[in-house]
Ligand binder design. Structure first.
Ligand SMILES: NC(=O)c1ccc[n+]([C@@H]2O[C@H](COP(=O)([O-])OP(=O)(O)OC[C@H]3O[C@@H](n4cnc5c(N)ncnc54)[C@H](O)[C@@H]3O)[C@@H](O)[C@H]2O)c1
Ligand SMILES: CCCCCCO
Length: 386
């Protein structure tokens, strides 16, 4: 038996943003509150959304100060702004950071608690306000998931919060909103999506349903991400990576992620490395370490992505996958933590805590090869100057 949680209403394709009023009407929603970041506010995207809504008779208020890796303070500020008005839904406009902020605000608007009280192992089943997710990166897939990640800026912990309550009611997946992404952001968010797909595929919680999404997402992203990096205006490439990110989001939301994400969150929390980049730093070496846990699955991933021949042995295909991931990182310019300029003394000192935080999130337990805290410390050392 497979239990699934999926976004109930989706508008997918170029120009989908124009269907936002129709999607709101379909869901019976009348008074949206938008949560977004300063780039969307200053870059014209928010004004475009305001025009589309006002032309359809909606008035709109907005909070425009979300921060990357949204913090408890950011969530509380957005919640206070929401409560200054009368709203029946929350729109998250931007990358994963504004969308995750919107998800948490929507739950807190109806529940008297705090983000710290909602982190895993708590599972939030009681819904908050309906969320409309409009992603502008491709991507975290947050528009498709029952997950939100909020950083406790006091303890430097990225809190994984899960449950159907965080599942967006409407996802507006419009690749045209990603055309403005610069190369680094395109590469990092696209590799985040690839990591979601690969980890959902090898996860101990995978199912035949999530397998189908994970495989198609890996194939699409592997082929088209380099094109999107080299040709930012290539609409076919942008559309493919956006769809792959959405598919990968549905896959990992129902199959979970694994060791890469478990180890990535502490890097983001302590060193403020962007989420997609910290995943990319880890992906090749964690995959190499994990191969023995699911050789046939990693081999299938290599074949589906076109990295290994159909007739290659599982061992050869797995090795080809690792080499392909290392090569791809070089091609798209992913630095090692050392090359990224992280402080080696601080890195070494924090590793035991980071290993504990990784294990506490639960994600490493889904990995096909399950690590101990000592394994994770050794892997952080291995990744440092890989
Ligand atoms: N909830 C989930 O399922 C899930 C999954 C993975 C990651 N996350 C979280 O998502 C966050 C990362 O999100 P992200 O990688 O999308 O980045 P982000 O939302 O933090 O945005 C990064 C930067 O890119 C800019 N940007 C966004 N869209 C742009 C565009 N179209 N053109 C130009 N610039 C643009 C933003 O303004 C910001 O400055 C992390 O906090 C991570 O933990 C959540
Ligand atoms: C199911 C847990 C997924 C967490 C991915 C966001 O880092």
């Amino acid at each position: 038996m497979t239990a699934l949680v999926l976004p109930p209403f989706v508008r997918l394709g170029g120009g989908a943003l124009n269907e936002l009023p129709d999607a709101l009407q379909q869901a019976g929603l009348k008074a949206p509150f938008i949560i977004t970041d300063p780039f969307m506010a200053s870059g014209g995207v928010l004004e475009r959304v305001r025009g589309i809504l006002e032309q359809a008779g909606y008035t709109m208020r907005a909070f425009t100060e979300t921060v990357p890796d949204p913090t408890v303070a950011c969530v509380n500020a957005a919640l206070a702004a929401l409560r200054d008005g009368q709203h029946d839904c929350v729109i998250g406009l931007g990358g994963g950071s504004p969308i995750d902020t919107a998800k948490m605000v929507a739950v807190l608007a109806r529940h008297d608690t705090t983000p710290s009280g909602l982190k895993v192992p708590h599972i939030q089943n009681t819904p908050g306000l309906p969320v409309i997710a409009i992603p502008t990166t491709a991507g975290t897939g947050s528009e498709a998931t029952r997950v939100t990640v909020i950083t406790d800026e006091v303890s430097d912990e990225k809190m994984l919060c899960m449950g159907p309550a965080y599942q967006p009611h409407i996802a507006i997946v419009d690749y045209e909103l990603t055309l403005t992404m610069p190369r680094r952001l395109t590469a990092d968010t696209g590799t985040d999506a690839l990591t979601h797909a690969l980890e959902a595929w090898v996860s101990k919680k995978a199912s035949p349903f999530t397998d189908a999404l994970a495989l198609t997402a890996m194939q699409r992203i592997w082929k088209w991400l380099p094109v999107a990096c080299e040709e930012p205006g290539n609409r076919e490439a942008r559309a493919a990576v956006m769809q792959g990110a959405f598919e990968a989001g549905m896959a990992f939301s129902n199959a979970s992620v694994a060791l890469v994400h478990g180890m990535s969150r502490p890097i983001g929390a302590h060193f403020h490395v962007p989420h997609g980049l910290s995943n990319a730093m880890l992906l090749p070496e964690i995959t190499a370490w994990s191969l023995s846990g699911a050789p046939e699955r990693y081999a299938m991933a290599a074949r589906v992505m076109g990295i290994a021949e159909a007739g290659a042995s599982d061992a050869a295909a797995g090795e080809a996958l690792v080499e392909g991931l290392r090569r791809r990182n070089r091609e798209i310019g992913v630095p090692t933590p050392k090359e990224h300029g992280l402080d080696v003394a601080r890195w070494d000192n924090l590793l035991p805590l980071m290993a504990e935080q990784a294990l506490a999130s639960g994600s490493p337990a889904n990995n096909p090869r399950v690590p101990t805290a000592q394994d994770i410390v050794a892997l952080y050392h291995r990744v440092w100057a890989a």
